[in-house]
Write a protein that binds this ligand. Structure first.
Ligand code: PFF
Length: 467
């Protein structure tokens, strides 16, 4: 068996690592795109309500599960459910989900890395052409970048929780904040920037409908890295003297601020590029935004700051996204590592190597889903249309199982582990939380309407994606 459990060295270390997990492609790209298309300030409001009233309690529940048991998700559910074997299933789901999400997220991160390198090589003009993306994702270079990416992630993970994950977060997160702010300040000085800011912030409540609300909820849930076993695992490395409610609030706030700030980068850029643009015509997908649209925007900057300047801004942006994705991937791959260590008694090195082999194979299959192999491109038929292997992983794990996992966490914590035990864990390291209105709210919400909302999202997704 492994030695004494590792812990994060400091509270700020934990907060930065958890924020590193939460801040990802979801914040930097998916959020601004969703906000733009769905009512600007009105979407922001709905999103913020979801983050703080619904997702934050779920985050506290996940952290408490982890810290109480000092185990990976499989071990945490097993320990607290005793002989009720049905309750072991959410533990396994909280293992498979991050494992598979990591696979498809790794592929997108590989593309980000590839684009970044190409920009450094002076190829921004090529990147900004329509055909380039298709060529790039079907080139052999993708596999080289995948190896590089996996070497970086697993290199960090092999150093352990404190010297690897925490140290990387403490170094990278401040860099990310500074670069984001610098890019925003630069973009705001560009022509038509404020047309974009207005579009982003002026609320259009007419756009808020059931679909938008459900999108905001799913986005908030994904953005906070919930339902993926990550917060259970990171919670298991939290020290007893640290406050779960306080740290969770700090993480949620940081994540939301970064998402909000990213909007101040993306929107002004779009409107600088084309002040007449109708954002409704923008692609829904983050990938479309990052790889097809943004390179054109960056290239257009050359008329004001020259080709070198435009390339520098583009490189900074891709580096930003890369760093955000890297700290997210580190957190998600730590989940199965923790499981192999806690449940199988493997050493960290052995767990990393075992996982890396399987993940590499699956990531290669995902990467080949875009035309390199026909059987992967047309892997299954869902709701009458062909889906690739990549699509299948995304639909199954990201769209569908994520809200299900969240739902199971709430029900488990309140009705199986029991309210009183959960309450008690929340006050460990934060005695002031006991009896507060916040505590009563968290306790009530997790046992009532939060699982109902997550259930509705789950049903809605199944209906939408599978029928
Ligand atoms: N919070 C992350 C994001 O917004 O991009 C979600 C995430 C995705 C975490 C993938 C970890 C990960 F590997």
């Amino acid at each position: 068996m492994s030695a004494a459990r590792e812990h994060f060295g400091s509270r700020i270390g934990f907060i930065l690592a958890a924020a590193g997990s939460a801040v990802g492609i979801g914040n930097l790209v998916a959020f601004p795109v969703a906000a733009t298309k769905s009512g600007g300030g009105a979407f922001l409001l709905v999103y913020a309500l979801f983050v703080f009233l619904i997702c934050l309690p779920v985050m506290m529940a996940e952290l408490a599960l982890g810290r109480k048991t000092e185990k990976d998700p499989v071990g945490a559910y097993r320990q607290l459910s005793g002989s009720a074997r049905l309750w072991h299933i959410p533990g396994w789901l909280a293992l498979i989900t991050p494992f598979m999400i990591a696979v498809f997220y790794m592929v997108v991160t590989v593309w980000v890395l590839g684009y970044m390198v190409e920009i450094f090589k002076g190829n921004l003009t090529r990147l900004a052409t329509e055909a380039y993306f298709g060529e790039f994702i079907n080139s052999k270079a993708v596999f080289i970048y995948l190896i590089v990416l996996m070497a970086i992630i697993n290199g960090v993970l092999s150093l352990g929780v404190k010297d690897g994950i925490e140290r990387a977060a403490k170094t990278l997160m401040p860099i990310l904040f500074v670069m984001l702010v610098a890019l925003v300040l630069f973009v705001l000085t560009q022509k038509n920037a404020f047309v974009g800011v207005n579009y982003y912030l002026i609320p259009d409540f007419a756009k808020i409908n059931a679909e938008v609300v459900s999108k905001a909820m799913a986005q908030a849930f994904f953005s906070l890295s919930l339902g993926m076993g990550i917060m259970i695992t990171y919670g298991s490395y939290m020290k007893k003297q640290d406050s779960i409610p306080g740290s969770a609030k700090a993480v949620a706030l940081t994540d939301t601020l970064v998402a909000f700030t990213a909007g101040l980068l993306i929107l002004p850029s779009i409107f600088h590029f084309n002040p007449q643009i109708d954002p409704a015509t923008l692609s829904d997908s983050s990938a479309g935004m990052i790889f097809l649209f943004l390179p054109k925007i960056f290239l257009s900057l050359q008329s004001t700051i020259g080709y070198f300047g435009a390339s520098a801004v583009a490189a900074a942006f891709f580096f930003l996204v890369f760093v955000a994705a890297l700290t997210s991937l580190v957190s998600i791959i730590e989940v199965p590592i923790a499981t192999l260590r806690d449940e199988r008694g493997m050493s960290r090195k052995k767990a990393i190597t075992t996982l890396a082999v399987v993940q590499f194979i699956l990531a290669v299959l995902c990467a080949m889903s875009f035309g390199m192999a026909d059987w992967l491109t047309h892997f299954v038929q869902i709701a009458g249309s062909d889906k690739s292997f990549f699509d299948l992983v995304e639909i199954l794990f990201y769209d569908t199982i994520l809200p299900l996992n969240g739902l199971l966490v709430c029900i488990f914590v309140i009705y199986k582990w029991k309210r009183a035990n959960f309450d008690q864990e929340l006050t460990v390291g934060d005695s002031g939380f006991a009896g507060t209105l916040s505590q009563k709210y968290v306790n009530f919400a997790l046992g009532t309407f939060i699982p109902v909302i997550l259930l509705l999202i789950f049903i809605n997704t199944v209906a939408l994606k599978f029928f």
